[in-house]
Design a protein around this ligand. Structure first.
Ligand code: ZN
Length: 289
């Protein structure tokens, strides 16, 4: 799997291990951490690893004219919940799509009934876009400083992202950690701001299950704006022709994001069975044709 993801041979994997790539040996087979492999692939600069190809494909939209991102769009929205060490029948709690505030809609909702083990939430979610750029020069400056600081975007496990001070001390960043830190800086400058989690649409399967988060902040005009700091940063890294999209990330709303009610460092779902093992949440969001 490591060779496939990094498009390299055994000799190269051996060299990575010799250079310090951590692994666990189970029945004579080396197992690597998926995030480690992902980050290695993403910054391999060979342009042929799976993460590099996946990111280029995923962010192709960011280089196109942004009008498409402002249209109304409908999504078949499914979230699978799995309670790995389930202790029995109990209600499920999901932080649901919270999009009406941003001109969208949620319909045909099937919320899971109390049960055990696993459950599914389905809905049809309508998203839309609007150009509502951030006006405050202070917010603009803080955002610009963050983007210019050169933190390296990485795949980081969600529980570690909550420790955003540690993540940034390591020179790294990620969607949730970036949003938590920027929200803190906005509050420090006297603004009302909160990092919120949500879903990034059009990312199928577990191959690239990007945890999404952004900052919601009350701008000088009294309106709540969203700053998609990590997407702005990723787009800038992937291609220079994404300037229009990067600007859209600074306050405007676009149709590939579904915000949830969860705050930046909260879980997207709980099962009230009493188990302490976190619920796995996997989204499958498909465009309705
Ligand atoms: Zn359970």
């Amino acid at each position: 799997m490591a060779q496939e993801m990094l498009r390299c041979g055994t000799a190269e994997i051996d060299r990575l291990v010799a250079a310090g790539l951590p692994y666990e040996e189970r029945s004579g087979v080396r197992h690597f951490d998926a995030n480690d492999l992902y980050n290695l692939g993403m910054y391999s600069t060979t342009s042929k690893t799976q993460p590099e190809l996946a990111f280029r494909m995923l962010f192709r939209f960011a280089g196109r004219p942004v009008d498409d991102l402002l249209r109304t769009k409908n999504w078949d929205f499914q979230v699978h919940l799995e309670c790995p060490d389930c202790a029995g029948e109990a209600p499920w709690r999901l932080e649901e799509p919270d999009i009406v505030r941003f001109g969208g809609n949620v319909a045909d909702v099937t919320a899971p009934a109390p049960g055990s083990g696993s459950a599914t939430y389905t809905a049809t979610v309508t998203t839309t876009g609007a150009r509502t750029p951030v006006l405050s020069p202070v917010l603009r400056q803080l955002t610009g400083e963050y983007l210019a600081a050169g933190y390296r975007w990485q795949m980081i496990p969600v529980p570690m992202q909550a420790d955003y001070a540690l993540v940034h001390e390591l020179g790294a960043t990620s969607c949730i950690a970036a949003s938590l830190l920027l929200a803190e800086r906005f509050r420090g400058a006297g603004y009302r701001a909160e990092a919120k989690r949500g879903w990034f649409c059009g990312v199928l399967g577990g191959a690239l299950d990007l945890p999404h988060a952004c900052v919601e902040v009350e701008d000088d005009d009294g309106k709540v704006k969203t700053i998609d700091i990590a997407k702005a940063q990723l787009a800038a890294r992937l291609s220079a022709s994404t300037g229009e999209f990067q600007e859209l990330c600074l306050g405007s709303i676009y149709n590939k994001v579904i915000p949830s009610t969860a705050s930046g460092n909260a879980a997207l779902a709980h099962h009230e069975c009493g188990s302490r093992t976190p619920v796995h949440v996997r989204a499958d969001i498909r465009s309705v044709r």
